[in-house]
Design a protein around this ligand. Structure first.
Ligand code: FAD
Length: 364
């Protein structure tokens, strides 16, 4: 018997297990995958650290979380830069004064801002994502940078999407082209998998073990179960299946030292089937010159069907109410945590903060 059976060796599970172990509790961590680290899993491919489930940049405003993660990894000071490729022209992204200058020609900052304000005011805010986005940035910018990307990402016309699907369009009223406006940002230089392995140091981990395939066996191991898998699967879809968007990542090794100028290029054009190209070398700039080859990942959004990976929750009202119905029937000896069990998008710092808080609440 252990104090906690933790289902899922992602960031939530690893953080919870570490905290409890450090407070004298016994934990067993299982994961149905053949590796630890959940979706932040990365592995070295011919000398280049490749993020297997999408590019992951650690960024946070919380000094506490920044100090916490640096116990388990050495971080570089990587700041994420993104370009948007519109019909072959590359624009600075998120939208900032450099983007506006590329679009509208050389003007003073004040003139650019004035013009930006005038295009925005043409629309009033509305419930659909499309109307809201046009009100935020104007028709031209919406069509160039947001329409095609959003349509591919969600598999439907943005005019059919509720405004709540995206919480904000990153826009800067200055020339700051850092993608994240966070106080702290970086990438673990030895990779995320190594960081999570350090979190799990000394804790028993069993891989290729699907909790749902043998619940009674696994439940017999512990008084309390921390479950980080999908909430609807746990309840055998009793209140319905929750909607997700999935992604397909095509990793390519290219015989060229560098493929693109920055780690991430967005591809909002409708005729390009992928949304982002990621060149992993850029995440550790000090290693850019180390290899004559490079690894590029193309990200293709796809409809979620059972068996595929779940990436983005479709957080509309209907899904929220299904989640609420599940939340109310969670058994008292279970803790549901992380992105799949709480049906929400978390950044890494948020999921770590939530695991720390849940663990500390148990210790009080
Ligand atoms: P997961 O990492 O999904 O871990 C859950 C684990 O549970 C998995 O390993 C799974 O195999 C296991 N599991 C599930 N069911 C079972 C079962 N029945 N039995 C056993 N094991 C099971 N955040 C950032 O801060 N910066 C970024 O740049 C960033 N980029 C992202 C890019 C993409 C494409 C996506 C989708 C997310 C990104 N995130 C980013 C968010 C980040 O991935 C999450 O915050 C983090 O992975 C959540 O950790 P988790 O432990 O909740 O879930």
């Amino acid at each position: 018997m252990v104090d906690y059976l933790i289902v899922g060796a992602g960031l939530y599970g690893a953080t919870f297990a570490r905290t409890m172990t450090d407070h004298g509790k016994t934990c067993l961590v299982i994961d149905k995958r053949s590796h630890i680290a959940g979706n932040v899993f990365s592995k070295t491919v011919d000398g280049i650290e490749v993020h297997q489930y999408g590019p992951h940049i650690f960024h946070t405003n919380s000094e506490m979380i920044w100090d916490h993660v640096r116990q388990f990894a050495t971080f570089n000071d990587y700041r994420h830069k993104v370009l948007s490729d519109v019909n072959g022209d590359k624009y600075s992204f998120p939208i900032n004064l450099k983007t506006l200058e590329s679009l509208w020609g050389e003007m003073s900052d004040a003139e650019l801002l004035k013009k930006f304000e005038s295009v925005k005011s043409a629309h009033t805010h509305n419930e659909t994502l499309e109307d809201w986005a046009i009100a935020e940035v104007g028709e031209e910018i919406y069509r160039k940078f947001i329409y095609g990307y959003t349509k591919k990402q969600w598999g439907t016309e943005p005019a059919n999407l509720p405004r709540s699907i995206i919480t904000r369009i990153p826009v800067r009223n200055n020339r700051d082209d850092n993608y994240h406006a966070a106080r702290f940002s970086g990438i673990p230089v030895d990779g995320y998998t190594s960081m999570v392995a350090n979190m799990l140091d000394g804790i028993r981990v069993i891989l290729d073990a699907d909790y749902l395939e043998n619940r009674s066996f696994w439940d017999s191991w512990a008084r309390t179960v921390v479950y980080t898998g999908p909430v609807d699967e746990f309840f055998d879809y009793e209140h319905g299946e929750m909607k997700w968007r999935s992604l397909n990542f095509q990793h390519r090794m290219l015989k060229t030292p560098q493929f693109q100028d920055v780690a991430q290029v967005n591809h909002p054009d409708e005729h390009v089937p992928y949304t982002r190209s990621i060149e992993h070398k850029h995440f550790v700039p000090s290693t850019m010159g180390d290899t004559q080859h490079t690894v590029v990942t193309l990200e293709y959004p796809q409809k979620y069907i059972r068996g595929l990976e779940k990436y983005y929750p479709v957080c509309d009202d209907e899904q929220r109410s299904i989640y609420e119905a599940y939340r109310k029937i969670i058994p008292s000896n279970f803790i549901f945590g992380g992105r799949l069990a709480t049906y929400r998008y978390y950044d890494m710092d948020q999921v770590i903060a939530s695991a720390l808080s849940d663990a500390r609440n148990r210790l009080c």
